[in-house]
Structures are given as structure tokens and as C-alpha cells.
Design a protein around this ligand. Structure first.
Ligand code: ADP
Ligand code: MG
Length: 154
């Protein structure tokens, strides 16, 4: 278990952290993002998406619980830095915020989604799911209006 933590002072810094950290993720990883509304979970995923050269916009899912984004890893620099994502094709952005009980979460069919062997999975409020095979847990803590503590566990 490895833990790293960072303080960011703006949403830009949180996004940049996602971009800079992206090369540590591997195809197949399940990344759980934990923290209050407005703590910066979606912002972090937007930064990761930039590094993965994703063209579609990462937004806070409203009533759509799962969004698929096509990855375009054309940048040779990134491919070299990130040997573990060479076959990565799809980033799944999932938000369990609206789900109220384990029955609803089961019915979402996440297990089938995880069968995509060319995918990577970012799950906001993932702690609501009782037995995820989590690769990374990222905690977002609101320290002040613009200050966030972001702790990454692997
Ligand atoms: P979540 O997905 O955790 O609900 P979002 O990423 O959607 O949160 O929103 C974070 C909100 O907090 C945005 O309105 C953003 O502008 C604001 N914000 C202020 N400071 C920060 C920071 N350091 N990191 C991320 N967001 C910040
Ligand atoms: Mg969000």
C-alpha cells in the first residue's frame, strides 16, 4: 500500500494533478474517487482525460450513471511514459452519487462493464459499492474555499 498526498489551491491545479498522475494508471484499473460534492473528483478526472487525449467532455453525470469516453493515446511521449496503457481504448466515468442502496448498485451491471479489457474505470462515490476490486482509492478533502487535500492510495 502506497500513499501520496497533495494540496491543490485551484481547480486548475487539481486538473493538472490528474494530468500529471495519469501515467501511473494501467488499463483495467478501477479508480475510486471519494469526497463530498464539490471536492474536485470530476475535476481530477478531467485532468486524466486531457492526458489520455480524450476529446469528449468529461462532465458531472446528471442522470447518466456511466459515460464512455474514447481514449486517443497518440502522443508518443505519453505512450513511452505509460507502458501500461498502450491498449487503452475507453475511459469509463461512473458516478454512484444518486444510487441509494446496494440493490440499485447491483442492477447497474458494473461487473459487465469491468469485462472491457481495453477500459479504465473512474468511479465517483465508488465507496458505495461494497466489493469493488479497487486498484486506486483517491480521497478529496475540502480544506477551504479553493484548497483541497488529495490523497492517493494504491
Ligand atoms: P465533485 O466531482 O467532487 O463533486 P467537481 O470537480 O465537480 O467536484 O467540482 C469542484 C468544484 O470546486 C468546482 O466548482 C471547482 O471550481 C471548485 N474548486 C475550488 N478549488 C478547487 C480545487 N483546489 N480543486 C478542485 N476544485 C476546486
Ligand atoms: Mg463529480
Amino acid at each position: 500500500m502506497e500513499e501520496k498526498d497533495f494540496i491543490t489551491h485551484s481547480s486548475r491545479e487539481t486538473e493538472d494533478l490528474g494530468s500529471k498522475f495519469a501515467h501511473n494508471f494501467r488499463t483495467g484499473d478501477i479508480v475510486v474517487l471519494i469526497g463530498a460534492l464539490g471536492a474536485g473528483k470530476t475535476t481530477f478526472v478531467q485532468g486524466v482525460a486531457k492526458a489520455f487525449n480524450i476529446k469528449s467532455r468529461i462532465i458531472s453525470p446528471t442522470f447518466i450513471l456511466v459515460r464512455k469516453h474514447r481514449v486517443n493515446l497518440k502522443s508518443p511521449a505519453f505512450a513511452e511514459a505509460s507502458a501500461g496503457t498502450q491498449n487503452l481504448k475507453t475511459l469509463y466515468h461512473i458516478d454512484l452519487y444518486r444510487l441509494e442502496n446496494s440493490e440499485e448498485i447491483k442492477n447497474l451491471g458494473l461487473e459487465e462493464i469491468f469485462e472491457d479489457t481495453d477500459g479504465i474505470f473512474f468511479i465517483e462515490w465508488g465507496e458505495k459499492h461494497e466489493n469493488l476490486k479497487t486498484s486506486w482509492e483517491i480521497n478529496f478533502e475540502i480544506l477551504g474555499r479553493d484548497r483541497r487535500r488529495i490523497t492517493l492510495n494504491h
